[in-house]
Design a protein around this ligand. Sequence first.
Ligand SMILES: Nc1ncnc2c1ncn2[C@@H]1O[C@H](COP(=O)(O)O)[C@@H](OP(=O)(O)O)[C@H]1O
Ligand SMILES: [Mg+2]
Ligand SMILES: [Mg+2]
Ligand SMILES: [Mg+2]
Length: 342
Amino acid sequence: MAPMGIRLSPLGVAVFCLLGLGVIYHLYAGVISSRIAAFTSKRTVNLRDLLALSVEAAVQGGREVKRVREEDKLEEKTKGKTKEGASEKLTQGDLNSHRKMYYLIKNTYPYVQVNSEEHDETNNELGVWNRDIPADILKSVEVGRDVPADSITIWIDPLDATQEYTENLLKYVTTMVCVAVDGKPVIGVIHKPFTGYTAWALVGHGSNMKPRTTYNMNPPKVIVSRSHAGKVKGFIEEAFGNTTVILPAGGAGYKVLALLDPLDEDIEKADVYIHVTFIKKWDICAGNALLAALGGHMTTLKGEEIDYSGAAGNREGLLASVKVDHQDLVAKLPAWDSSDKH
Ligand SMILES: Nc1ncnc2c1ncn2[C@@H]1O[C@H](COP(=O)(O)O)[C@@H](OP(=O)(O)O)[C@H]1O
Ligand SMILES: [Mg+2]
Ligand SMILES: [Mg+2]
Ligand SMILES: [Mg+2]
């Protein structure tokens, strides 16, 4: 009740309150934002948890990839063309898998950066991770390191080898998750939906994969892209000679598995993986993490490490190997200039 008969207008009171809040915000904005920043930067994520979640996401996405193929509901579209003019395909397998994988991770860790090859903001999935850690991970990784949430970038490829998926060449198809910390690949998961095979690694802790006992370098058997090859044949022959065996195969995930010793008999064996055209970080990060965990390397064709933060593109080519002198391989390659080739 206002004294002495003065009537307060509700609008006036509201305006007064808003002005008051504005003054308080102006005076304390710095304090408020630094408190929020302190709160978010204190968040950490455990890498063993993130490895188990990555495996679960790859498996759940893989189920969608398999189901769409079995029900023959690909609804194939094209997203555009690569710089070399190849059609970039998109199917319901890519999209359904993206929704499962992306939201499983995002619903569990909403404050972590997740970069997927595909996008679909309209159909959120409600799935949350059940926090189960598979026995083989518990056995290899006793305690996972906690890392600040804002140092993490997750790359997901909901369906690698979409081209081959549309051609029913299913052994090449994988789903992949990669976790980079400060731009370095530390967790890699490559899952094969049609055989149920899953390869995982946490750098510095372990992996369910191992390299083969021997690799031939005189000359090496080189695995390359079958649908985005560019001028890779001439490049390899210049490096290792005209008798080099070149093995064309689909999928960047598949080609990394071909360098290792997988129990899955559906995977061929190669000594080196080379790619000369443009490629994105969701295609290569998981393979890079697996190789790094096993003492191998995935670098640009100049032998430089790839930074898995920031923009998605890598236009410097790829050289992947394990158990051999990687810099020795780099030295054998012809001079590389991405600008004059692509
Ligand atoms: N020149 C290029 N431009 C864009 N993407 C490329 C590319 N070369 C390869 N890729 C992508 O890298 C993955 C492996 O390619 P490849 O089978 O030719 O080795 C595929 O991923 P997706 O199937 O996830 O799109 C493919 O689209
Ligand atoms: Mg694609
Ligand atoms: Mg891919
Ligand atoms: Mg893909």
